[in-house]
Design a protein around this ligand. Sequence first.
Ligand code: ARG
Length: 257
Amino acid sequence: MCRPTHFAVTYRINPWMDPTAPYDNALAISQWETLRQTYLDLGHTVELIEPLPGLPDMVFAANGATMVDGRVLGVQFRDAERADEAPAYAAWFTERGYPVSMPKHTNEGEGDLLLAGDIMLAGTGFRTAHAAHAETQEALQRPVITLQLVDPAYYHLDTALCVLDDTNVAYLPEAFSPGSQAVLRQLYPHAVLADRADAAVLGLNAVSDGRTVVLPVQATHLAAALREAGYQTVGVDVSELRKAGGGPKCCTLEVRP
Ligand code: ARG
């Protein structure tokens, strides 16, 4: 995770961001601290990366890399505003003894590349390039399934789909193309389906350890559906970070040594 010390909304690279609207940096930090404490209370280890001035979106650690089985694939941001985050996250891994392969194509890390059991689900349409999916399969040596995102509000896969455990996911069907919806129905016949109200509070931008799902507290319908499906839920309020288009998952990069 990356403390939102320098969090701000000063540019607009997704429809959630309004640089003319007010935001509260101190509130963003306290909401982020609560998310971090939630992970610690659940028994997880949280490692931190030093936030860099001039990179207001660096809090969104999910976009920093993708790590599977100790292999690390770095990132290449679509937008110049975030470009300098890529070497910073790569350095975090190399300093800890994990060599990082850097991608040739636009690749926004776990924003679009989600490990789901033995396979990777890979989003494209707005950020991560389709060509990056083949590159990911080569680098991480897992089968990659391409999913086409169609709604600009759900610009990263992790805003439209949450991996719940090795065999199930939650998602908003309308965020995907008809063909990708069919693929998701085939792969996950028992998926938890979110509704538009859940997605509109970035409810799907959630983190599951297979048992407990940490999700935005405002996503009440989704939380009930998850409990119905046998998961425990913990709601967190990260409304200030939502002003940049991010939620709990965006703030969280999974380290898989
Ligand atoms: N403002 C950031 C961007 O548009 C938000 C990134 C959210 N991260 C995520 N994993 N969905 O790039």
